[in-house]
Write a protein that binds this ligand. Structure first.
Ligand code: 5GP
Ligand code: MG
Length: 180
């Protein structure tokens, strides 16, 4: 499938699965070296990161390691901040631990900045960030990214966990919106 129509938009094949997998294999190799003896807790940011997290975590060869799944939820009934998104689902104590945030994509950097801020309040030893994709041209925040799979242009993409209005997460390859 080289092209796919989702809702009103046409998308064309952008990153084939083989390339995604090879990228994640490399990331895992680096992380296996870096994170030895650190007993890292991986944190998958749902929903978009679930495929990336699964592909990466099965290649983490450490025994002392865990994964947990969290989500950003908008506050309800809070009149002051429509923008503040609370990290929910974190049941582990992260004080003193190495936490590795797994993100699908960093765009403006606002989401990852928010997550890092919330995690740091819980006094972890360190918060590392691994993102499969980065749009450098969209970045407006000075965030520290420890592991970046691939840099991509500032176009809207779907597939491999990423959606367009709920659809497209099941596509094994990544597609980019077609310029029409
Ligand atoms: P940021 O806060 O860095 O601007 O955006 C991060 C979040 O926006 C990502 O976790 C992802 O959910 C979403 N996002 C950013 N770019 C894209 C994209 O091209 N496609 C999709 N489907 N989601 C995106
Ligand atoms: Mg995301």
């Amino acid at each position: 499938m080289k092209q796919v129509k989702i809702h009103d938009k046409n998308f064309q094949l952008f990153i084939p699965y083989e390339k995604i997998r090879a990228t994640i294999e490399k990331m895992a190799e680096t992380m296996n070296n870096d994170l030895k003896e650190k007993n890292p807790l991986f944190l998958c940011i749902l929903n978009g990161s679930f495929m990336f997290a699964a592909e990466l975590f099965k290649r983490i060869s450490l025994i002392q390691t865990e994964i947990s799944f969290v989500k950003l939820a908008s506050y309800r009934g809070d009149k002051t901040s429509g923008q503040v998104k609370q990290l929910i689902g974190l049941n582990e104590v992260i004080e003193g631990r190495t936490v590795v945030v797994l993100e699908d994509i960093v765009d403006s950097g606002l989401t990852i900045e928010n997550i890092q801020g919330q995690l740091k309040l819980l006094n972890p030893r360190e918060v590392l960030v691994a993102t499969l994709l980065l749009k450098p041209d969209a970045l407006i925040r000075d965030v520290k990214l420890d592991y970046v799979g691939m840099e991509i242009p500032n176009d809207f993409i779907v597939g491999y966990g990423l959606d367009y209005d709920g659809l497209g997460r099941n596509l094994i390859d990544i597609y980019s919106v077609a310029n029409e």
